[in-house]
Design a protein around this ligand. Structure first.
Ligand SMILES: Cc1ncc(COP(=O)(O)O)c(C=O)c1O
Length: 467
């Protein structure tokens, strides 16, 4: 989470005023950056907090986030009923543990884990933790194999595209693994098989393939990458596993692209992570990671906790965590079933493809992806447009409540500034129509009021948040 600095309270301008209507008393205040000496009544405190939060954006209009912004009231009730259950207390809440087991099994099945190979996995706080655990398993496996062969095990590297989500950079920095990043190029917005293999050597702990890319929603070619690694093994003997970062695609491809071989159907895929709180359709706080077979997850990484008088193996970075998100995930599996997930993701994709098509025909824009893989697409201004930038459009759309991020791509495409739209459950065709109208209006205003071009470097500070 954000690292916050301590505020110098002597410099602090004002305490928080409490509306006299809430307390029937004038001039009541509560300190902003230290604990008040005395508390407030529950409804007063709740109202003060609620008043602060009106300054946040509207989550339903947040087209930057991949994370679920709407769930059914029944799911919300179930979550509220189970906020008090600590996921780690397996012995005290054995049925929550059983529900987690069912979810792992459902996902292993959905991702075609081979029969009889004992796939296993766990819930996490999100894909970032899933990525850390997946990465650690790769690192430990590689180290064990190198040591067993009497070889140097001090210079591990991980191969991936520069389009990876920041969690993979974190993994590399925290566990001292060299990140081998294959740059993006014009016309190549994610990792390719050739690009990946060219970076691999005997110190490569694994290749991360993303389904799909945070930058533009495109799928990386997992099967092609794996085939190329097969050839590398034949030629040079390096046996390099693939981890699929299916943060979003792990819950989209099985329903919309069932023909695509990206999961455990590909023998080299050792592990897969996904975010339950993205296209798994649960509110923030749950992810999943599954390993193909026990040999993909070294024993040393596993800790046992008490469970019904016995022991239950666990693998996690943290300890306590609410059970509510895992329970909500199971609710979604029961409530929607395969057909229901298909219909939700298809509806998202229909909206994404419709929006992308309309935006491409608006005049100033060029698509970089079209929403046909993840229901996500990125677009840029044509090179001929100079009087305004994507940052201006993003800012102007905020005046109507739309949160559409504008940002520059990573190396080697830092000169490309794009906007990206993530279509999620609950973003209807009607809302898409409203967005198109507002986008069109703002573009017309900007066209009528051009400004001198600002160099991209000068725009950098305006990059809006993306995931
Ligand atoms: C491809 C990819 N991997 C990992 C993550 C991190 O996911 P989480 O927010 O669930 O930790 C994201 C988030 O957008 C992502 O898109």
């Amino acid at each position: 989470m954000a690292l916050h600095k301590q505020v110098d309270v002597s410099q602090q301008e004002r305490e928080v005023d409490i509306n006299p209507v809430y307390v029937q008393e004038k001039g009541l205040q509560t300190p902003r950056y230290r604990m008040p000496d005395h508390g407030l009544l529950p409804h007063t405190a709740a109202q003060v907090v609620r008043d602060e939060l009106i300054l946040d954006g509207n989550a339903r209009l947040n087209l930057a986030t991949f994370v679920t912004t709407w769930m059914e009231p029944e799911a919300e009730k179930l979550m509220a009923d189970s906020f008090d259950k600590n996921m780690i207390d397996k012995d005290e809440y054995p049925q929550t543990a059983e529900i987690e087991r069912r979810c792992v099994n459902i996902l292993a099945h959905l991702w075609h884990s081979p029969a009889g190979r004992d796939a296993g996995g766990c819930s996490t706080t999100g894909s970032s933790e899933g990525a850390m655990l997946g990465g650690m398993a790769l690192l430990w496996r590689w180290r064990e194999a190198r040591r067993a062969a009497g070889q140097d095990a001090t210079r591990p590297n991980l191969v991936m595209g520069t389009n990876v989500q920041v969690c993979w950079e974190k993994f590399c920095r925290y566990w001292e693994v060299e990140p081998r990043m294959v740059p993006m190029e014009r016309g190549r917005l994610h990792l390719t098989a050739d690009g990946a293999v060219a970076q691999c050597d005997e110190n490569t702990i694994g290749v991360v393939a993303i389904l799909g890319s945070t930058m533009d929603g495109s799928y990386e070619p997992v099967k092609e990458i794996s085939d190329a690694l097969d050839r590398l093994q034949r030629d040079k003997g390096h046996d390099i596993p693939v981890h699929v970062d299916g943060a979003s695609g792990g819950f989209v491809a099985p329903f919309l692209h069932s023909y695509l071989e990206w999961d455990f159907r590909v023998p080299r895929v050792a592990s897969i992570n996904a975010s339950g709180h993205k296209y798994g359709l649960v509110y923030p706080g749950v992810g999943w990671v599954v390993w193909r077979e026990p040999s993909a997850l070294p024993e040393e990484l596993i800790f046992n906790v008490n469970y019904l008088g016995g022991q239950m193996p666990t693998f996690a970075l943290n300890f306590s965590r609410p059970g509510s998100n895992v329970i909500a995930q199971y609710y979604n599996f029961l409530r929607l079933g395969f057909r229901g997930y298909h219909d939700v993701q298809q509806a998202c994709q229909d909206v994404a493809v419709y929006l992308a098509t309309k935006i491409s025909r608006m005049g100033p824009f060029e698509l970089l992806s079209d929403g046909k893989e993840l229901p996500v697409f990125a677009f840029k201004l044509k090179d001929s447009v100079t009087g305004y930038s994507v940052f201006d459009i993003s800012e102007r759309l905020r005046s109507r409540g739309w949160l559409v991020p504008a940002y520059t791509f990573p190396p080697n495409l830092q000169q490309t500034a794009v906007m990206r739209i993530v279509v999620k459950n609950g973003f209807s065709m009607d809302l898409a129509g409203c967005l198109l109208t507002d986008l069109h209006t703002q573009v017309k205003i900007l066209e009528a009021n051009p400004r001198p071009p600002v160099p991209l470097e000068g725009e950098k500070h305006r990059e809006s948040f993306r995931h």
